[in-house]
Design a binder for this molecule. Structure first.
Ligand code: C2E
Ligand code: CA
Ligand code: CA
Length: 555
């Protein structure tokens, strides 16, 4: 502005900002320093935690929506502008979104002065994260365009779908072939996807190896599935054209618009991410169509995990250990007990370990929880031993616990803290899907055996690689799961298999324990197999410690 020209009035600047509001994503602002009044593009209030788009008490009001750790930096900059130390403002810092999340912005502005009097700071704010409208690697529109398209065209109850496509194990392609090669594959995939998209559809690149196709013109989930199948064939051709240098597949998640209650961008992206994750969890190279009940289950798992984490951080509230008798079959006397975890939390009620354990394993919480159960169980064992000197306590242990914590030390510490002889402790390795008898695991397992702990392989007969574990892990005991026991009671072939297993255990000098004996009739049919130990409702159900002591310990 030339020094002689009339300064533009605050009113004019505000009118200009209003005029530009529908035309740009960035936010324009004017800060009238003398009157301590700030005015910003009205659409800023939809995105950020700004009380209104025009306000007095500027520094104080800014403090309500600037990310607190950045406020000092900003105040300092404003002070320098007011004191005339500098005329330009160019600062990258964070504002809070309406949902309270910090968002990086770049705020630029210049002081408009007249004579010695400061008039205004005028400028523009844009988000650093979404500055790119297009993605230069794939040549596609990026997530900010997707957002705009959605916000502009979406209406409740509309037909159409989002098909989210992810390249399976893309990280491995990058790791094996390098990033440049990875980028080349991304470009080829983007081209391939583009060539299958009808002109009225839109294709965006969302994150690294994920794309989304938005089809808003009345089509159904079945149409989306057909499209996915065509795309998959297209990828097969691409792999072939590349002479099988890398072989990869794509997964797809379909979100039909009429299944969405809350059409906000954040909700829609969350749901579509869920659909793709489901496809990947189901084994990749496949497509999943959104189902509200699956999503509810997923949310339940998330809420349960939160409840579990809360409990771990609050003295394991809600966790309890129940004990089920283990019977020595020959003498029909109590040999010991198996400690079984129980969990109760509102609003879920009692949640069985079959639901809890996988969540604990996924979240890593199995480590503190497993340690807690172990400590409780060993303490119970120490309390029982003076009454029953031959008592044994069996504790379930997950593969994750062994491999991801200082497990051997934890066990030995618990054993010595309770003053126990290690031979009274049995650790049962539960066969989760994650069990792999790698060399590190085998070493840890062997160290426990060397310390005198007895080891059991749980759920024998239900997995598929048990024989291989027998050789690697050389347990003292194998436990036959209830599912196998009950099958063998109704099916002659399975009974024969069970008796062969029993014979094998004998040859290998392994103790044999049959679980899930529910009544006398079952026991009588299983006794000819001469198992070393039995367990099941027939002898007693899992119960709290006091009840166990009352029911199974001598007077
Ligand atoms: P598991 O180790 O095979 O434990 C035996 C399961 O069979 C227990 O289920 C027990 O209540 C049940 N059961 C015992 N006798 C009978 C019977 O006669 N009939 C029938 N139908 N069932 C019987 P629960 O307590 O629900 O535990 C399920 C699984 O959760 C356990 O199977 C184990 O794999 C896992 N688990 C339990 N507690 C822990 C723990 O502290 N840590 C770990 N890692 N896993 C645990
Ligand atoms: Ca067990
Ligand atoms: Ca079992």
């Amino acid at each position: 502005m030339s020094p002689n020209s009339e300064p533009i009035s605050a009113e004019e600047l505000r009118r200009f900002i209003d005029l530009m509001n529908p035309c740009i994503d960035d936010c324009l602002y004017v800060y009238d320093i003398q009157n301590d009044y700030y005015y910003i593009s009205p659409h800023a209030t939809q995105r950020y935690a700004i009380p209104q788009n025009g306000f007095h008490n500027v520094v104080e009001t800014l403090a309500s929506f600037v990310y607190p750790p950045d406020m000092e930096l900003l105040s300092d900059d404003i002070r320098q502008l007011i004191e005339g130390v500098k005329d330009y403002h160019n600062l990258e810092y964070r504002w809070l979104s309406k949902t309270g999340d910090p968002i990086w912005i770049n705020c630029r502005g210049r002081i408009v002065r007249q004579g010695e009097r400061d008039l205004y700071l005028v400028g523009c704010i844009n988000e650093i994260g979404v500055r790119q409208k297009a993605d230069n690697v794939s040549g596609l529109l990026s997530v900010s365009s997707f957002r705009r398209n959605l916000e502009k065209n979406y209406y409740r109850g509309m037909k159409g779908y989002l098909l989210r496509i992810g390249i399976d194990d893309f990280r491995e392609i990058n790791a094996k072939m390098g990033f440049e090669y990875g980028d080349q594959i991304l470009r080829q995939v983007a081209d391939c996807l583009s060539s299958y998209i009808a002109p009225e559809n839109r294709l965006y690149r969302l994150v690294a190896d994920e794309f989304v196709i938005s089809h808003i013109y009345g089509s159904t989930a079945q149409d989306a599935l057909d499209l996915y199948r065509r795309l998959r064939r297209g990828m097969d051709d691409l792999v072939e054209d590349n002479l099988y240098e890398t072989v990869f597949t794509i997964s797809g998640g379909i979100l039909p618009f009429d299944q969405i209650d809350d059409p906000s961008f954040s909700n829609v992206t969350k749901l579509s991410e869920f659909t793709l994750n489901m496809a990947k969890q189901m084994g990749k190279n496949r497509c999943y169509i959104f189902s509200a009940s699956d999503y509810e289950q997923f949310l339940r798992r998330q809420d349960l995990t939160t409840a579990l984490r809360w409990s771990v951080n609050h003295g394991f509230q809600g966790f309890e250990v129940h004990y089920q008798p283990l019977i020595h079959t020959g003498s029909q006397k109590l040999y010991g007990a198996e400690a079984l975890m129980r969990f109760h939390a509102e609003p879920f009620g009692n949640v069985p370990p079959s639901e809890i354990v996988p969540l604990l394993e996924e979240s890593g919480l199995i480590i503190p929880v497993g340690r807690h159960i172990l400590n409780q169980a060993l303490k119970a064992c120490a309390d029982i031993l003076p009454v029953l000197p031959d008592f044994h306590m069996s504790v379930n242990v997950s593969y994750i616990q062994v491999i991801k914590s200082d497990f051997v030390n934890d066990v030995m510490q618990a054993v010595s803290a309770c003053g126990l002889d290690p031979s009274h402790v049995i650790l049962e390795l539960t066969e989760s899907g994650k069990l792999e008898s790698d060399s590190r695991f085998t070493r840890l397992w062997t160290r426990l055996k060397d310390k005198g702990i007895r080891l059991a392989l749980d759920d024998f007969g239900t997995g598929y690689s048990n024989f291989h574990y027998l050789n690697d892990l050389q347990p003292h005991i194998i436990k036959i799961d209830r599912s196998f026991t009950s099958q063998s009671l109704t099916n002659e072939y399975d009974y024969h298999l069970l008796s062969l297993m029993r014979g094998m255990a004998q040859k290998l000098h392994l103790n044999f324990c049959i679980e899930g004996v529910e009544n006398l009739d079952e026991l009588e049919r299983l006794l000819p197999l001469n198992p070393d130990y039995c367990q099941g409702y027939h002898f007693g159900r899992p119960c709290p410690y006091e009840q166990f002591v009352a029911n199974f310990l001598p007077g």
